[in-house]
Design a protein around this ligand. Sequence first.
Ligand SMILES: CC(C)(COP(=O)(O)OP(=O)(O)OC[C@H]1O[C@@H](n2cnc3c(N)ncnc32)[C@H](O)[C@@H]1OP(=O)(O)O)[C@@H](O)C(=O)NCCC(=O)NCCS
Length: 174
Amino acid sequence: MASAALLARAVTVRDARPADLGRIGEIWNPEILRTDTTTDTEPRDAAALAAWLGRHGAAWPVVVAVADDEVLAFGALSPYRPTPAFARTAEDSVYVARDRRGEGLGRRVLDELLRRAAAAGHHSVLARVTAPNTASLRLHARAGFRTVGVERETAFKLGRWLDVVVLQRVLAGR
Ligand SMILES: CC(C)(COP(=O)(O)OP(=O)(O)OC[C@H]1O[C@@H](n2cnc3c(N)ncnc32)[C@H](O)[C@@H]1OP(=O)(O)O)[C@@H](O)C(=O)NCCC(=O)NCCS
């Protein structure tokens, strides 16, 4: 496995492009179909992925972590709620290819999303993480998120009820 220092040099985090969507689907859809790391249950085909990317403008970026022209991870900011009062409150999502987890890629993507969120004028970023997802809870805690609530058994997936932990990072100076 590459050392963190080597990886940090080799990986670029940039805006996602339509040509990245096939690889994003390869990373995302197995999580949707077979795991409780996301409460989504419907895999996204090419049309759904294109529509999803199209909804994400500058204030709501989709970014990819790339090494040697291969997309290894992606992340996105989405509106936390659809109403105007929440217009400067974002929800993040981060997904790393299964065989590249634990190398710091999730943190790279999340740090870029936080940087973009501040630049876009968002006031805070939230994450809604299923309680068994220790990797995501750790990722967000290490990036300065604090748990602000736990929804008890609000999601039912793969035959069981899941608690959803809500974490928030308020961005400095806004
Ligand atoms: C959650 C996820 C994005 C983390 O990405 P990653 O690249 O593996 O994480 P990183 O290597 O950047 O590690 C970030 C922190 O989490 C910790 N971590 C990573 N995997 C972990 C695991 N399986 N268990 C506990 N901690 C873990 C790391 O040790 C690190 O903490 P540290 O700084 O204290 O060492 C990745 O596991 C993933 O894609 N999971 C499936 C999709 C998902 O759960 N997305 C989030 C939905 S809310």
